[in-house]
Design a protein around this ligand. Structure first.
Ligand code: TGC
Ligand code: FAD
Length: 394
């Protein structure tokens, strides 16, 4: 006979009582990050978005919060579980995708690259400062003519005596101009290798990309490498193939699976609240069946996305998560979040097009999120390849 338990109350903001599936420690971490976002992000992010800026002090605050590289072990990192890291990403992206991006690029791309593929000296030099938010990192893979197909990159590194000389260009690089260290991937005679390029190195310059209508609370830059001379120990010694950067992408994509659920939740909650307050035809718009259907569909998508993220998080903590699983999570959750954001925006009527409410900001941000870290098409093709055994890429 199954145990008799009292069914939980229905809570509109946690319909399926997913909270119950978390440990006390996971709930504590989630609540701490949620409070940080409520106090340090939500009141200001509309203005950051409008002004296309993000305050750099936020990086140090995020370091103090302990979320930079929080899923890595040692070197000042918290060594948290994948699920705890995911919950943090969810809460950060409920604030803004730009803030989650800052944390993803720092922890899952730049720090992870050094942690996974770097030498002991490189780890000691960079990771503690990066975990504290004292040094930002960026991750240069994409080039003007090489986006979904990083294997076609043109940036080259050649040996000159003991030194390396890097030449090329990287495009769309988050945190590019504000990073103390750029992890730059380049073609060499031995395959694709990663290089640590400190800010200020001769021949290394950056230019910010302006006029973005998405991810405005995030710095995006072009990196120019004009015969940049680096010492022998600037190369990440442990990898010399595309597997290097692609392994880092798995980590960041995993965070996006959770983050997208957070952006969706923020849009849903905004629409729910608005629909109960906004009166038309003498009644709150929440009383109209069409609006209730929209709210029900959004609640379903938010719960489904969160459960998918949690499932992948548990698999990652058990060491059972494959890149193809991450592709399914990223594809499904970002598409779901975009749908929720677009529906929520309609519920808000004209108010939905202003920055007074978070919805259109999330909606515009999600247009970047669906493109970066592998477009929706790329992830569909990764899943298709796994289903059929036939690669659609080559
Ligand atoms: P392919 O021939 O399949 O593989 C080349 C080598 O890489 C290995 N590999 C992986 N390793 C780890 N994780 C993965 N997910 C991997 N996928 C492949 C593979 O085993 C092989 O290793 P080896 O040792 O035999 O050399 O590669 P391909 O050239 O056919 O490409 C496959 C494809 C299309 C899936 C890949 O190129 C891809 O994912 N393209 C999308 C590019 C992308 O996502 N760029 C993102 C740039 S960073 C960014 O957007 C940051 S946004 C800021 C933020 O996150 O907030
Ligand atoms: P393309 O690859 O040119 O794709 C154009 C279209 O063609 C897409 O719809 C795509 O799905 C489709 N397509 C491509 N190949 C196929 C195929 N085989 N089959 C079917 N359709 C296909 N990159 C970094 O390296 N580091 C960063 O920090 C970073 N930050 C970013 C921040 C922002 C705000 C943005 C917008 C991008 C960032 N990127 C970064 C770049 C991002 O990873 C790329 O934009 C992404 O990989 C897609 O490349 P692309 O824009 O060149 O599009």
């Amino acid at each position: 006979m199954s145990a008799v338990a009292t069914p939980p109350e229905i809570r509109p903001t946690d319909f399926l009582a997913i909270d119950h599936l978390l440990s006390d420690e996971e709930r504590d971490i989630r609540d701490t990050v949620r409070a940080f976002v409520r106090d340090r992000v939500v009141p200001y992010v509309g203005e950051w978005f409008e002004e296309a800026t993000i305050p750099l002090e936020l990086a140090k605050d995020l370091g103090r919060l302990g979320v930079l590289g929080m899923h890595l072990d040692g070197y000042g990192c918290a060594g948290a579980s994948a699920t705890a890291y995911g919950l943090a990403c969810l809460e950060l992206e409920a604030g803004d995708s730009g803030v989650r991006s800052l944390v993803s690029v720092q922890g899952s791309l730049a720090m992870y690259a050094i942690h996974r593929w770097g030498s002991e000296e490189q780890k000691r030099e960079w990771l503690p400062r990066m975990a504290a938010g004292e040094a930002l990192g960026c991750f240069g893979l994409t080039e003007p003519d090489s986006g979904s197909d990083p294997g076609s990159m043109r940036t080259r590194a050649r040996r000159d005596g003991e030194d390396w000389v890097l030449h090329g260009q990287k495009m769309w690089i988050t945190n590019g101009s504000v990073a103390e260290v750029a992890v730059v991937w380049a073609r060499t005679d031995d395959g694709v290798r990663g290089f640590l390029v400190p800010k200020g190195t001769k021949g290394f310059t950056t230019q910010d990309i302006h006029r973005k209508l998405s991810l405005r609370a995030s710095v995006t830059s072009e990196l120019l490498l004009d015969d940049v001379r680096l010492p022998a120990d600037a190369v990440l010694p442990e990898v010399s193939s595309l597997k290097g950067p692609l392994s880092c992408l798995n980590e960041a994509r995993y965070g996006i699976v959770w983050g997208a659920a957070g952006a969706a939740r923020a849009c849903f909650e905004s629409a729910l609240e608005y629909s109960k307050e906004r009166v038309q035809f003498g009644k709150p718009i929440a009383s109209f069946q069409i609006q209730q259907q929209k709210l029900a569909t959004m609640a379903l998508e938010v719960n489904r996305a969160t459960l998918l993220a949690l499932h992948l998080g548990r698999m990652k903590d058990e060491g059972r998560l494959r890149p193809e699983h991450v592709s399914m999570g990223k594809l499904g959750n970002v598409n779901a979040a975009l749908e929720v954001a677009r529906t929520a925006r309609q519920v808000l009527g004209a108010n939905g097009v202003t920055l007074e409410y978070p919805v259109i900001r999330h909606m515009n941000n999600l247009e970047s999120v669906v493109t970066y870290e592998g477009t929706a098409d790329v992830h569909a093709l990764v899943i298709g390849g796994a289903l059929t055994g036939i690669s659609a890429f080559r």
